[in-house]
Design a protein around this ligand. Structure first.
Ligand SMILES: Nc1ncnc2c1ncn2[C@@H]1O[C@H](COP(=O)(O)OP(=O)(O)OP(=O)(O)O)[C@@H](O)[C@H]1O
Ligand SMILES: [Mg+2]
Length: 300
C-alpha cells in the first residue's frame, strides 16, 4: 500500500487540509485509507469529526487530551462519514501527539508502517518543522510538498526538496501549489518559478484559496465534503482532481478498477472536466529513479 507524506515548513500551506481531504476523498471512492497524524500539534486528529467507531474508542470521542497519550502504541480509530461508508471505503486515523516530538526516527517510521497494515493507501500529515518530517519522508513512497505561491513560501521549498533527496534519495516528490488566487500575480508566476527550479515535479492539481476552506476546518470536516458556494465548489473540485492525480501517481487508480466515479454534480462542472481530462491524458509519471536523476543533475 502506498504511503504519501505531506511535508513543508511554511505554516498554513494546507498540509493538514490536503491530508484530510485526500484521505476522505480516496475513502469515498472505496479505498481503505489510513491517515497517520505525525504532527505533535495533532491538527488532523483534532479536525476530524467525533463520530468514531465505538468498538475502537469506547467513549465515542477523540478528546484533545487523548492525543497526548502515547501515539506510538495507539491503534487507529475508524472515522465514519456517510459519504465514505456508503461507497464501501473506510478511513482510519492514527492519532498524533506530543510523544512524536521526542520519538526516535526509526520509531516513527515503524509507527507509520504499522499503521499501514491492511490499508490500500496511507496518508501522513506532518509537523511544520524540518526535523519532524524526516521520518515521514523515510517511510513514504511519495512526498508531497504543498506551498502557497508567495515568495516567502516558495523560498522554503528548496530545503524540503534537499531534505527528501538527502533522507530518502529514491523517493519521488512533487510540489503542490495551494491557496492560489487566479487573478493574483504570485499565482500566475509561481508555476514557471517552480518549473524552472524543479522541472517535472509540480502537480497539475492546485488548491485554490477559499473562505469556506477556513470555515470547514473550523467545522471539523474535510473540505472535500463541502460544495456550497462557487468558491467552495472550486476547492472541492480541486481536491477531487488532486486525489485522482495522487492515486494515479501511486498506481492505485490503475490497480483498483472498482474506484467509484466522482460525484455526478462534480463531473458536470466544466472546469472539473478539463482537469480530469488533462489528468487522464497525461502519460504516467517518470519512474522515481529517472526523476531523481534529472533532479540530481541540477543539485549543487
Ligand atoms: N482552500 C483554502 N484556502 C484558504 N485557506 C484555507 C483553505 N483551506 C483551509 N484553509 C485554512 O488555512 C489554514 C491552514 O491550513 P492547514 O492547517 O491545513 O495548514 P498546515 O500546512 O497543516 O499548517 P501547519 O503548518 O500549522 O501544520 C487553516 O486555518 C485553514 O482553515
Ligand atoms: Mg498542519
Amino acid at each position: 500500500m502506498p504511503i504519501i507524506s505531506f511535508v513543508g515548513s511554511k505554516g498554513g500551506s494546507l498540509k493538514t487540509a490536503c491530508a484530510l481531504s485526500v484521505s476522505a476523498e480516496a475513502a469515498r471512492r472505496g479505498l481503505r485509507v489510513t491517515l497517520v497524524d505525525c504532527d505533535p500539534q495533532s491538527s488532523a486528529t483534532r479536525s476530524l469529526p467525533r463520530r468514531v467507531n465505538l468498538a475502537d474508542n469506547l467513549d465515542n470521542s477523540l478528546a484533545p487530551q487523548e492525543t497526548v497519550l502515547d501515539p506510538l502504541s495507539a491503534e487507529g480509530v475508524s472515522v465514519e462519514f456517510e459519504e465514505i461508508t456508503a461507497g464501501g471505503g473506510s478511513l482510519r486515523l492514527f492519532r498524533g501527539g506530543e510523544m512524536l516530538a521526542q520519538a526516535a526516527r526509526e520509531q516513527v517510521v515503524r509507527h507509520v508502517q504499522r499503521a499501514a497494515s491492511g490499508a490500500d493507501l496511507v496518508i501522513v500529515d506532518t509537523a511544520p518543522y524540518l526535523t519532524g518530517t524526516f521520518a515521514p519522508m523515510l517511510a513514504a513512497d511519495l512526498v508531497i510538498i504543498p506551498t502557497e505561491p508567495t515568495g516567502d513560501a516558495l523560498r522554503s521549498v528548496p530545503q524540503y526538496v534537499q531534505a527528501v533527496r538527502a533522507v530518502a534519495p529514491n523517493t519521488p516528490y512533487r510540489i503542490l501549489l495551494t491557496k492560489t488566487v487566479d487573478v493574483e500575480r504570485t499565482t500566475k508566476d509561481a508555476p514557471a518559478l517552480i518549473d524552472a527550479q524543479f522541472p517535472g515535479v509540480r502537480l497539475q492539481a492546485s488548491i485554490p484559496s477559499s473562505a469556506r476552506g477556513k470555515e470547514s476546518n473550523a467545522h471539523l470536516v474535510p473540505t472535500v465534503f463541502y460544495a456550497i458556494d462557487k468558491r467552495d465548489r472550486a476547492v472541492r473540485t480541486a481536491y477531487i482532481a488532486l486525489t485522482t492525480e495522487l492515486l494515479r501517481l501511486t498506481g492505485l487508480a490503475l490497480g483498483t478498477a472498482q474506484l467509484l466515479p466522482v460525484h455526478a454534480d462534480d463531473i458536470a462542472t466544466p472546469q472539473h472536466e478539463a482537469t480530469m481530462e488533462t489528468a487522464l491524458d497525461t502519460p504516467p509519471p517518470a519512474a522515481p529513479a529517472s526523476s531523481q536523476a534529472d533532479l540530481g543533475e541540477m543539485a549543487p
